[in-house]
Every structure is written in structure tokens, then in C-alpha cells.
Design a protein around this ligand. Structure first.
Ligand code: COA
Ligand code: ZN
Length: 337
């Protein structure tokens, strides 16, 4: 069930939208349990079966800081096969914070490195234990590693819409960080609302400015639904010209080193919104349902995704069992006048 494209939203032809799945990384890093390798592989298989084409599978960070993803190397080898294997239909990306992570990721032949630093100096220190200048230097090294190994690079800027510790993060600073990476040859950048501090007005201004200033960059928006604004923010980002969105199955996720961080926008909720707007992303709410069910079993708890609980708006429910009596009684009222 797909609505006709929203003519007011898209003056030209409606865009195709890409949904990038991050639950195996952003989701599982924030779960209290450590999901075993086999469980992670089953989750990724369920996502692939639903039609997802790009998956952030893990992160090559210090296992001391994120023990949930300590098996990154084994996971990537299982997914991509031995050296020399032909590329598969799915792009597997992994988060990389430093050169040690880059080396580990190259060993596992990751399809894409997702380099991370924060637009907030405080969050960068809390999360990565580096100053921002140290992060840029260290990521410049990783970019060189990736270029040499012919691995694609994306840069994710955390706290691009605000920081839970510092508060506002100025738009000019966010653009300046993007510029630093553009100067290093990066053409893919994700603007992350790590703790759900964005609102649609801020997204319109900030993302609009980024898209206008860097037409050569493919921007992805990464929203968390911490305060229920992820859908509205997605709409604002679409209007600003963004067509790539990160999402996490079930709405799990959050940064362990950002106070108050909670779930990413749920893939089910994002896909539902896109279907309502008549935008094609190659996925459907119904197609995701088996993966959602699998994830719930894997984690052993309910998931925050709204559509996972309520079903899509086109799902129909039977009227009350005594509906005919209600109708007859109501009509009889007219007859008796
Ligand atoms: N992979 C595996 N081990 C790593 C590593 C990596 N990418 N980077 C560092 N290490 C190891 C070091 O070898 C060292 O090990 P040792 O104690 O056995 O000698 C230890 O971790 C500390 O190394 P150091 O360089 O001092 O790092 P740090 O303690 O200052 O931490 C980071 C820096 C970036 C590694 C760490 O803060 C981190 O992994 N952060 C990521 C947090 C995250 O993923 N947040 C959510 C996603 S946004
Ligand atoms: Zn996130």
C-alpha cells in the first residue's frame, strides 16, 4: 500500500530514498546483553531477506569501551567471505574511530569505513577520548589507509544538531567540520542527531545549508527518536533534499557515551512514513515484519518502534462484535423519530 507521491513536498519527480540499516552497530552497542556472533549473523540475514541493501554491521572500536561488538573481525569475515570473494549484493559498512580500527577493518575487507567524530568537543572527548583536532588527525590517517586499500569512506558527525552536555552546537562549526573532511577527499557525510536534539526547523536550516554549500557531498541523515521528533525531522530533511537515511530495526540504539541517548528512528517507522508519502525505498513495513519478530526474540524485550506495535495505517481491524446491534439500535432511533 503506497500513497501517491506528495506533490507539495516534491516539486520535481519524487526521489528514490535509501534506507541504511544500523541496528547491528548503533542498536546492539546499546543493549545490556552481548548478542553472540550467530545471533548477529541471523539478524543480518533477516535484514537482507527484508531487502535492506546497506548495513552498518559492527564497529572496530576498543572492545574495552564497547564489549558488545568485540567480535567485529569475525563478523565481517563471516559476512564477506575469504579474501578474493566476489562482492555480494549488500554493502557492509563498519564504524572506525582510529587507525587501529582501520587496520582491523581492512583485515576483514569491510566494504566501507564509517569514520566517526563528534561536532561537540565534550562528546568527542567522552566518546572517543580524543580532542577534535586529534580525531581529525587520526581520521586523516584512516582515510589514507582506506584510499590505499580502495575502501569507500563515509564520515559520521555525531551531535550535529546539539550535544546533551554542551547544548547548542553552532551550525557554522558543523559546516567547518564537513569542510575539513571534504578537503581530505570525503564525499559521503552523515549528520547525526545522536541524542534526539534536532527539531524540524533546525533540520531545515542546518541540512539545507549543508546541502547548498556542499553540492558534491552525498549527505545521510541519522535521527534518533529520543523525543518523538524523528519522523518530523525526516520530513524536513527530505524537503532539504536528503534522500539517504539511517534507521535501526525496532528503534533500538543509542550511544553509550552520550547521556540520555536512546533509540534510532525505527526502520519500520521510517519505511511507514516513506510509504505514506509515496516514496520508494525498496522496502515495506510488511516485508520487515519477520526481521522485527526475530529481533524481539533475540533481545528478549519489547521494541520501541511505533509501527511494530500499532501496525501500519492501512491495517484494518474488525469493528466491535456487537456492531450490528449498535447499528440497528441507532437506525431504530431514526425510525421512531
Ligand atoms: N580496536 C581495538 N582495540 C583498540 C582500538 C581499536 N580501534 N583502539 C585502541 N584499542 C586498544 C588499544 O590497543 C589499547 O589496548 P590495551 O589497553 O590492551 O593496550 C586500548 O584499546 C586503549 O587504547 P588507546 O589508544 O589509549 O585508546 P583510548 O582508551 O584512548 O580510547 C578509542 C580511544 C577511540 C579506542 C575508544 O574511545 C573507543 O573505542 N571509542 C568508541 C566508542 C563508541 O564506539 N561509541 C559509540 C559509537 S559513536
Ligand atoms: Zn546514532
Amino acid at each position: 500500500m503506497v500513497a501517491p507521491p506528495d506533490a507539495d513536498l516534491f516539486a520535481a519527480a519524487p526521489p528514490e530514498v535509501s534506507v541504511y540499516e544500523v541496528s547491528p552497530r548503533d542498536g546492539l552497542q546499546n543493549e545490556p546483553i552481548i548478542v553472540p556472533l550467530e545471533g548477529k549473523l541471523q539478524l543480518i540475514q533477516a535484514l537482507a531477506d527484508a531487502g535492506i541493501k546497506r548495513i552498518e554491521a559492527t564497529s572496530f572500536v576498543s572492545p574495552k569501551w564497547v564489549p558488545q561488538l568485540a567480535d567485529a573481525g569475525e563478523l565481517i569475515s563471516e559476512l564477506l567471505g575469504p579474501p578474493g570473494s566476489p562482492p555480494g549484493p549488500i554493502v557492509y559498512t563498519a564504524l572506525v574511530p582510529n587507525a587501529r580500527g582501520g587496520e582491523r577493518a581492512i583485515d576483514g575487507r569491510t566494504d566501507e569505513f564509517n569514520l566517526v567524530m563528534s561536532a561537540s568537543a565534550t562528546h568527542n572527548l567522552a566518546n572517543l577520548r580524543m580532542t577534535q583536532a586529534q580525531s581529525v588527525r587520526t581520521l586523516a590517517e584512516v582515510i589514507a589507509q582506506a584510499q590505499q586499500a580502495r575502501v569507500a569512506v563515509n564520515v559520521s558527525l555525531s551531535c550535529a544538531f546539539g550535544c546533551p552536555m554542551e547544548g547548542e552546537v553552532p551550525g557554522a562549526e558543523v559546516l567547518a567540520w564537513v569542510q575539513r573532511f571534504v578537503d581530505l577527499g570525503v564525499t559521503n557525510v552523515t549528520l547525526c542527531d545522536t541524542t534526539g536534539m534536532a527539531d524540524p526547523g533546525l533540520v531545515a536550516r542546518r541540512v539545507g545549508a549543508a546541502v547548498a554549500r556542499f553540492p558534491q557531498v552525498a549527505f545521510t541523515a541519522h535521527f534518533h527518536d529520543t523525543r518523538g521528533l524523528a519522523g518530523a525531522n525526516t520530513y524536513a530533511a527530505l524537503q532539504a533534499g536528503v534522500t539517504r537515511f539511517d534507521a535501526s530495526l525496532g528503534g533500538i540504539g543509542g550511544c553509550p557515551y552520550a547521556p540520555g541517548a536512546s533509540g534510532n528512528v525505527a526502520t519500520e517507522d521510517l519505511v511507514h512514513l516513506l510509504q505514506c508519502l509515496g516514496l520508494d525505498c525498496g522496502l515495506t513495513v510488511e516485508g520487515l515484519a519477520p526481521a522485527t519478530k526475530h529481533l524481539r526474540t533475540l533481545l528478549g524485550h519489547d521494541l520501541p518502534a511505533a509501527v511494530g506495535r500499532a501496525g501500519p495505517r492501512w491495517q484494518r481491524h474488525a469493528p466491535p462484535a456487537d456492531f450490528e446491534q449498535i447499528r440497528e439500535r441507532a437506525l431504530a432511533r431514526d425510525a421512531t423519530g
